[in-house]
Design a binder for this molecule. Sequence first.
Ligand SMILES: [Zn+2]
Length: 566
Amino acid sequence: MLAMKKPGLCVAAAALLLGMTPALAEQAVVLRGARILTMDPAKPEANAVALVDGKVAAVGSADDVAPYLAGAKVYDLPAGALVLPGFQDSHNHLIWSATQAEDISLTDVADEAGLRAAIEPTLAKLPDGAWLRGGGWSVAVYKEPSAKALDAITGDRPAYFEDVDGHSGWANSAALKLARIDAGTKDPEGGRIERDAGGNPTGMLRENAMALVADLLPDYPEAQVDAGLEKGQAEALSYGITAIIDPSTTEWMLAGYQRADGAEKLKLNVEAAVKLDAEEGAAGVQGVLDLKNKYSGPHLEVTSIKLFVDGVIETGTAAMLEAYVGSNSAGDPLFTQEQLDAIAVAGDKAGLQLHAHAIGDRAVRMALDAYAAARKANGPRDSRHQITHLEVVDPADVPRFKELGVVANIQALWAYPDTYIVDLTEPKIGPERSEWLYPFGALKKAGATLAGSSDWSVSSMNPLEAIQTGVLRQDIADPDGKVLTPQHKLDVMDMIEAYTVNGAFAAFDEGNSGSLTVGKRADVVVLDRDITKIPPTEIAQGKVLATLIEGVPVFEGEGLPRPAGP
Ligand SMILES: [Zn+2]
């Protein structure tokens, strides 16, 4: 069953947002003079495109767009530029991350002095008893986070900071006390309270244990959500992103998107997933459907159920088929297979997509098994269930993506030998499994559909950085550096496909977007260089000259020529 699609945003309304007169925006836009890759196999290349009433009206040669020139806004693009369908980021925590970005940031904080510098300015402003909250810290940078380290700065005011991956929480003693976490507290299912030698909690909470404190946090004020979303969206538009899948929304996030959409400020097309955990189970599917009915708009639709099947390798919480090196533990999945199957069967039956976070090879297999169980129970359908992250995939499972029609939702920017891989991952899984780290090339060869995404704010939103890394599997900052499992490299066209047509496919939106085809939404990105023709080491240096959504320029970069026309 295809998802219901949204009508296009009224072009005049979009124009008002940009401070233009409606008459001007209803103007057709013609882009010409640069290479256009349409991503439509019926007509792969062109050098002129006309955008009228929010749709692609013509694509081809100068002659093909000639009927639209009168009265149009005409951009004569630099000859070296490249025009593509707008990028689709198929896993981007936009509203959550953008709202959190207004909180205290512990990004790059490495020691107590840094911690103090990050927290103190907010501490001085907050009313008594208010929570200090934020995120962005990383155990790769701040080696031994502890409640004591926070206490020295915060005193008895509660404080809670999530790590950059969202899999660990760092609480101070006041927060632990409010959550009634002490030496006698048992670990919740699927979570871990880290303890010192004496059994006392250290302040570090893993996976489901995070909720013990996180659930106490007050709702974000609407003003913070709205301001954050506006900034986050502006960043997405500056990178040529025109649509996203937000993979883990809660009600305040959906309300935030809907508020923006109602105010005609949401320009991106947003498809959202709602998280279900093992405790909620199949009965939780109805709650997702309720949210789907309650929160929708011209640019917003709830389409999916998010399932966190496991954690991450660095902390030993990713679920592996065999034990970690030097350990008896293979990591525990956050669901039993039966629990996962039950949600998959019920969600699939309700016509929802499933979007599973799976890092370890066991978690990947469990998600595939659950999707197979759904197919068996409900019969085959065009379900496009997804698995995201795919850090380690057992070779036996690679062909199953195609067999089951499962979309491999990849963060190509992670596939290079950084400290996470070299210091925290490879030693924990050993050389044999390390050959199957981010096996995007093998998945592609086996016929899987790859959708590209950033997992922002875990990593940069810039698709050009992901495209370069997917091609080279090398640190962008070190073009002579080591390459991660070169057998899994992708071509630049594979990566462009992942960020355009395949993104649209993953969102059931290929009838409206993903390629520059007559009749589809006029979502376009103009790059300053042809990333298919330059050395791949230069792709990430590319700049966006313009982003258009429904034919309206929503981002104009440096170097974009002034348009001709009335
Ligand atoms: Zn994510």
